[in-house]
Design a binder for this molecule. Structure first.
Ligand SMILES: C[S@@+](CC[C@H](N)C(=O)[O-])C[C@H]1O[C@@H](n2cnc3c(N)ncnc32)[C@H](O)[C@@H]1O
Length: 283
């Protein structure tokens, strides 16, 4: 961990700038950065999965083009202006910042993986006058069961849960009455059945526990007691959205390496290739 806090200390010596969204980048308009030093310190915090960010003229091209997901989400949700927002599984806070920049009163990201908390700190230390966006090293299970959040995002998290119904219930517990849930997760086409529970890996990921069809997921949301359930988007993940860059570290594999080389509708394990659905519903 020492080298990580060393990296953050060195990043703190860099000039700060204002943050804005200049798609695809979350951009910090700082000037006169020592780019060589900055890049080297940020690279000590690899892999950078979520982003992309731009600091001055240094482009931090993360594995994921988060802007593409944001474009699919934003037309379908209630305005975030003055809302109290929870971003479950926030990673390094790319979306947490986007939510705050959309006018939320406060956004809390929760992310149990410590490296991503360090990445959040690194980016935050480069921002002058940062928006009300915070990331804490917590799991949803560790949040008090208090109904305080007007909008709750769970994006890319459900399939990592051994107990998907418990996750949905816990999301509901922290929402205000009439609060809005944005649930984004991996799905399969109905023709493959109700759900797939991968026996081993899925697209080389170890910890994937459920891949429901959209109908099945709709039923799970109903069973949890959500109302006004709307399926607003289903999109196959493309190598444009998830790609290998020099910011992901020594293991340079990305989506293209996780698909069947002869059939990009299948993963390397022979399961349906990644496709993600977005549901929006109310408590
Ligand atoms: C695939 S990433 C998604 C990141 C981001 N939300 C996105 O949509 O790109 C899932 C993240 O959720 C976190 N996570 C997994 N289980 C969680 C839980 N029970 N509570 C909070 N975060 C969790 C993981 O550590 C991981 O960083």
């Amino acid at each position: 961990m020492l080298f990580r806090s060393g990296a953050i200390e060195s990043i703190k010596d860099q000039p700060q700038g204002r943050i804005q969204y200049a798609a695809p980048y979350l951009k910090i308009n700082s000037q006169n950065n020592d780019n060589e030093q900055l890049e080297s310190s940020l690279k000590q915090l690899m892999p950078w999965r979520k982003g992309p960010y731009q600091i001055g003229d240094l482009q931090l091209d993360s594995e994921w083009r988060g802007d593409m997901k944001w474009d699919r989400v934003i037309p379908h949700i209630k305005p975030l202006k003055e809302k109290t927002v929870l971003d479950v599984g926030s990673g390094n806070g790319y979306f947490t910042y986007l939510m705050a920049l959309s006018g939320a009163e406060i956004v809390l990201g929760i992310e149990p993986f410590l490296l991503f908390n360090y990445q959040f700190q690194a980016i935050r230390s480069l921002i002058s006058n940062p928006p009300h966006a915070f990331v804490l090293p917590l799991k949803l299970e560790q949040m008090p069961n208090e109904a305080v959040f007007d909008t709750v995002f769970s994006m890319g998290v459900l399939y990592h849960q051994k107990d998907h119904m418990l996750h949905l219930q816990q999301l509901k517990n922290v929402m205000t009455i009439d609060g809005e849930l944005i649930l984004e997760t991996l799905v399969i086409d109905g023709i493959h059945g109700e759900q797939i529970i991968p026996e081993d890996r899925y697209a080389r990921m170890r910890n994937v526990w459920c891949l429901p069809s959209t109908d099945t997921l709709n039923t799970w949301l109903e069973q949890t007691g959500f109302k006004n359930i709307k399926l607003v988007d289903v999109t196959k993940t493309t190598p444009e959205e998830q790609r290998a860059t020099h910011w992901i570290g020594d293991n340079t594999q990305s989506l293209q390496d996780f698909l069947d080389p002869n059939n990009d509708n299948l993963t390397i394990e022979g399961l349906p290739a990644p496709k993600r659905a977005i549901f929006v519903c109310q408590k």
